[in-house]
Design a protein around this ligand. Structure first.
Ligand code: NAP
Length: 281
């Protein structure tokens, strides 16, 4: 049995759909009973990783686990999951981390992901780490300022990023879960082209068929927006440091990894926009 933690997220959702489509019935975790119902055929555990015993409930009896954690509490959640992986002798863990985890780490966001990788390695399970570049789905965060002001606010607007479709990360995870020989390694995953946020906003304007203004937001403004939304300042600082990292090896240039693992080219940003345009309406 495959356990899926983070089953309702950007990568988890297409991963669960892919498992179900080929007749594999995973056990999934979500905090929301309504979301559990969205994956008929999966065995749902409704719970919160902050609750002691939650990871045990999901992982008991699992041969393999796919794990996504997110947000400022992710490090604590990863520690709890790793302890449960060891207790239940889960054989293979496929864990989504980030390009920021590439050694040597440059910021606290990358350090948290690298510490999570270490925690899973220490379990004795075969560990496969998927280190994606920025997700194309982050574009959905522009929605709030598009409707009323037709404006995109984004810091570091001229930094090229080979953004990746989370569905491609899910497809790589499926391939690795299917093919034991591919496990036990770390894979850096990117999309097929390096685009700045300014260029992505232009693609979005073209797709929507209306002009958009791009504002290269000062990092301090982005920081305030995130801390005002309740995120801890230290977490936000790590996130912004990672987003501003100019190291081309951290998602700045397209890599062949998705094609090598899935046998087909990673999806383009225009293709992602085409499939998600209704969400910007
Ligand atoms: N966004 C990017 O550009 C990017 C790039 C590279 C790497 N990453 C990494 O990818 C990971 C996913 O990030 P994301 O922003 O795309 O998140 P996401 O996968 O869309 O959502 C988070 C998932 O975690 C679950 N979750 C959150 N808190 C939980 C809790 N307390 N207990 C149980 N489940 C919980 C949510 O489930 P429910 O809400 O259903 O409970 C949801 O399925 C993060 O580690 C991030 O650092 C992101």
């Amino acid at each position: 049995m495959i356990a899926v933690i983070g089953a309702t997220g950007n990568v988890g959702r297409p991963l669960v759909a892919g498992l179900l489509a080929r007749g594999t019935h995973p056990r999934i975790l979500t905090r929301d009973p309504g979301r559990a119902a969205l994956a008929p055929g999966a065995e749902a555990v409704v719970g919160d990783l902050a609750t002691p015993g939650c990871a045990d409930e999901v992982l008991a009896g699992a041969d393999a686990a796919f794990v996504v954690t997110a947000g400022p509490e992710a490090a604590a959640h990863d520690r709890a999951i790793a302890e449960a992986v060891a207790r239940h002798a889960v054989r293979h863990v496929v864990k989504v981390t980030s390009v920021a985890a590439l050694p040597p780490v440059h910021d606290s966001y990358g350090a948290a992901h690298a510490a999570a990788e270490d925690a899973y390695r220490a379990t004795g399970a075969r560990c496969t780490f998927l280190r994606p570049a920025a997700f194309m789905s982050n574009t959905l965060q522009w929605h709030w300022s598009l409707t009323d002001r037709s404006t995109v606010f984004q810091p570091f607007g001229d930094l090229p990023q080979a953004v990746v479709d989370p569905a491609d990360v899910a497809e790589v995870a499926l391939r690795v879960l299917d093919t034991p020989a591919l496990g036990g390694r770390a894979y850096t995953l990117t999309g097929p082209e390096a685009l700045t946020a300014r260029e992505r906003a232009r693609c979005l304007a073209d797709a929507l068929g209306r002009p958009l203004t791009f504002v290269d937001a000062p990092p301090e403004q982005a920081r305030r927006a995130m801390t005002d939304a309740g995120l801890p300042p230290a977490y936000v600082d790590g996130l912004l440091a990672s987003q501003s990292d100019p190291d081309p090896a951290r998602g700045g240039v397209p890599l062949p990894t998705v094609r090598e693992l899935t046998g087909r080219a990673p999806r383009t940003f225009d293709a992602w926009l085409g499939a998600h345009l209704h969400l910007f309406a």
